[in-house]
Design a protein around this ligand. Structure first.
Ligand SMILES: NCc1[nH]cc(CCC(=O)O)c1CC(=O)O
Length: 311
């Protein structure tokens, strides 16, 4: 017997991040029963810029990678061997030397809607206040209901729901995936279909990032990979890369897979939801990256020149 180092899982400390880290640990143990031994897996909690700046706008704090940078530093300096991410928060460009090696089976990518009175989004009274800090949700709410007021509601899932209870807003939206993982689905008013509220790129997908040179960890996590999720996320992230999207740009996309048949729907909006640009592609699983890139080019061709540069 050789003495083995623990396998260290780096994660943020929010309840959702921890639930995702625990899911990763449980799947690792299911694939490799020896990892159930005490001390075989260690969960390392890391604080990210995104955790520290919840009360300021993400734009002020400087854009991409807010939730991933510190986890990546921990991978580089060996404090962690794998980092668990919501793929929605992972920039399209990863640092040299790191890669997303595995995608866990995707949760439902749709958004959930909550209102204090229990009425649906379409039935909110005129001028009602919808709390969301996300431009994608803001733009699509305003597309459907230009009369509603958007309030930048921030914080983690539990914080936002308590602000709804406290009456700071009349309604809010959250990713169904996070609510499922936290066991908070009983509070949902309605689930929004993609026709109304197209999800964020990779919403509901968990990715595991490793050092590219770490073949031992790559082999350990390989059995956890979900090929269908990887295909869908590849198409959606290729679209995002083609648009050079940042978290300040309302971009929504959803790829669905039926056997080998892959469909991709894309929507880019102005922040006020008045200008909406659509693209769609269909093909096979092997075309995922090309379909994303092509849909991005189709959208770009429709956009006014200043669309991405004007705040
Ligand atoms: N930006 C925050 C974030 N990043 C990932 C999720 C959970 C859903 C997911 O796994 O995509 C959330 C919360 C939310 O949007 O409600």
């Amino acid at each position: 017997m050789t003495t083995t180092q623990p396998l260290r899982i780096g994660t943020r400390g929010s309840p959702l991040a921890l639930a995702q880290a625990h899911e990763t640990r449980d799947r690792l143990i299911a694939a490799h029963p020896h990892l159930a031994a005490p001390g075989a897996i260690e969960i390392v909690i890391l604080k990210t810029t995104g955790d520290r700046i919840q009360d300021r706008t993400l734009a002020e704090a400087g854009g991409k990678g807010l939730f991933t940078k510190e986890l990546e530093e921990a991978l580089f300096d060996g404090r962690a061997d794998l980092a668990v991410h919501s793929m929605k928060d992972v920039p399209t460009q990863l640092p040299d030397g790191l890669e997303i090696a595995t995608l866990l089976p995707r949760e439902d990518p749709r958004d959930a809607f909550f209102s204090r009175t229990g009425c649906a989004l379409a039935d909110l009274p005129p001028g009602a206040v919808v709390g969301t800090a996300g431009l994608r949700r803001q733009a699509q709410v305003l597309e459907l209901r230009p009369d509603l007021t958007i309030f930048p509601l921030r914080g983690n899932v539990q914080t936002r729901l308590s602000k709804l209870d406290a009456g700071e807003v009349d309604a809010t939206l959250l990713a169904l995936a996070g609510l499922r993982r936290l066991g908070l689905t009983d509070r949902i008013t309605t689930i929004l279909e993609p026709d109304t509220m197209l999800p964020a790129v990779a919403q509901g997908a968990i990715g595991i990032e490793i050092r590219s040179a770490d073949d031992a960890t790559r082999a350990l996590i390989a059995p956890l990979n979900c090929a269908a999720t990887a295909t869908r996320v590849t198409a959606e992230r290729a679209l995002l890369a083609a648009l050079d999207g940042s978290c300040r740009t309302p971009i929504a996309a959803l790829a669905t897979l039926d056997g080998e048949a892959l469909s991709l729907r894309v929507k880019v909006l102005s922040n006020d939801g008045r200008r909406v640009f659509h693209a769609a592609r269909s093909g096979t699983a092997g075309d995922a990256a090309t379909m994303g890139a092509d849909a991005g080019a189709e959208i770009k061709a429709q956009l006014p020149a200043d669309f991405f540069t004007t705040p």
